[in-house]
Design a protein around this ligand. Structure first.
Ligand SMILES: [Ca+2]
Ligand SMILES: [Ca+2]
Length: 320
């Protein structure tokens, strides 16, 4: 047992260092689709009787031909000689034990659960389809998910944390505030958006410039190219996604030019007709401005956002 663990961890270190390179070439070689597979038990301790605790497996592995999580996990663990018990029932097959840590060991209903890109899956692993670049965790839970961040009694679709690898969010994160800004110079930057749902029963997906929940969007491991004027949308628990309630939350992060000036409500560094149009729409509630946009929208500084601000910008453009 110990010997196997050491060997798997040694190979996984090499795998971890190649992950960022692999995600950059995302989509180039569809023939060898891969996922990062992690198997861990952080809820049931050895002192409480578990055969092992911690991370037993962390490695980039091939997605199986049928692309589902159950066969991908069983193939990988079998290849690396990690012992696995799969139970077949009339409702389908499920993973009952890994290297001697078995369902119902820690408590009644304790057992192995799947987590795909931070989402605690809501279905048999045979029905969970993996995509190239996914992170899939097989995780032991003692309390039906609440000890790994998925609480059935908590209906909130808020985020618990939000950060961006590569840029600093200007405002302090508060779950109830959905509007944020980051500041960027003239350059184009490659960043990773790193949201964490308060309740991992809900999926989290990030989009650039258009919130389009019908698409997969970006994961934490997907690099996103941003420049001034872009907006990042982070959705939590959209009704169309698996495992969700129809009360989603959508966070916005506006990528703002360093020299964002009064009137520049789309944060692209210029005050022009696009801003004038946006302000006009906001003044009749056709678009909703964030707090930072409202501050920039009051171009004539009369304390309110109205069509007068649009007129003032149009006059300024005409006088150039
Ligand atoms: Ca502008
Ligand atoms: Ca005004």
């Amino acid at each position: 047992m110990k010997k196997i663990t050491r060997r798997v961890i040694a190979t996984s270190l090499a795998a971890i260092t190649t992950i960022s390179a692999a995600s950059v070439s995302f989509g180039v070689s569809a023939a060898t689709e891969k996922v990062r597979l992690i198997v861990k038990n952080e809820t049931y301790s050895v002192s409480d009787g578990a055969a092992w605790e911690g991370v037993i497996y962390d490695k980039t592995v091939d997605i199986s031909d049928s692309k589902d999580a159950l066969s991908t996990v069983t193939n990988a663990l079998h290849d690396d000689n990690v012992s696995l018990t799969v139970n077949d029932t009339q409702w389908g097959s499920y993973i009952a034990a890994v290297s001697g840590v078995s369902e119902n060991d820690a408590a009644q209903y304790s057992g192995w659960m799947g987590v795909q890109n931070d989402w605690v899956v809501n279905n048999n692993l045979a029905y969970i389809i993996l995509r190239d670049g996914d992170t899939f965790e097989l995780t032991y839970s003692v309390t039906l998910g609440s000890d790994i961040g998925a609480d059935w009694n908590n209906p909130t679709t808020a985020l618990k944390e939000l950060s961006i690898d590569g840029l600093t969010i200007n405002e302090e994160f508060t779950p109830s505030n959905t509007d944020y800004t980051v500041t960027i110079g003239d350059e184009v930057k490659n960043v990773f958006v790193l949201p964490t749902a308060e309740n991992k029963n809900y999926q989290v997906r990030t989009y650039k410039n258009e919130y389009s929940p019908e698409n997969f969007g970006c994961r934490k491991t997907d690099e996103i190219e941003v420049k001034a004027g872009d907006t990042l949308y982070i959705g939590v628990g959209n009704a169309a996604w698996p495992g969700s309630y129809p009360a989603e939350t959508v966070y916005k992060v506006h990528v703002m030019a360093e020299d964002a000036q009064l009137g520049d409500v789309n944060f692209d560094g210029n005050v022009d007709i696009t801003d004038a149009t946006l302000i006009q729409k906001a003044s009749i509630d056709l678009v909703k401005f964030s707090e930072s946009q409202y501050k920039l929208a009051d171009y004539n500084r009369d304390g309110r956002v109205s069509v007068l601000d649009t007129t003032a910008i149009q006059r300024m453009i005409a006088s150039k």
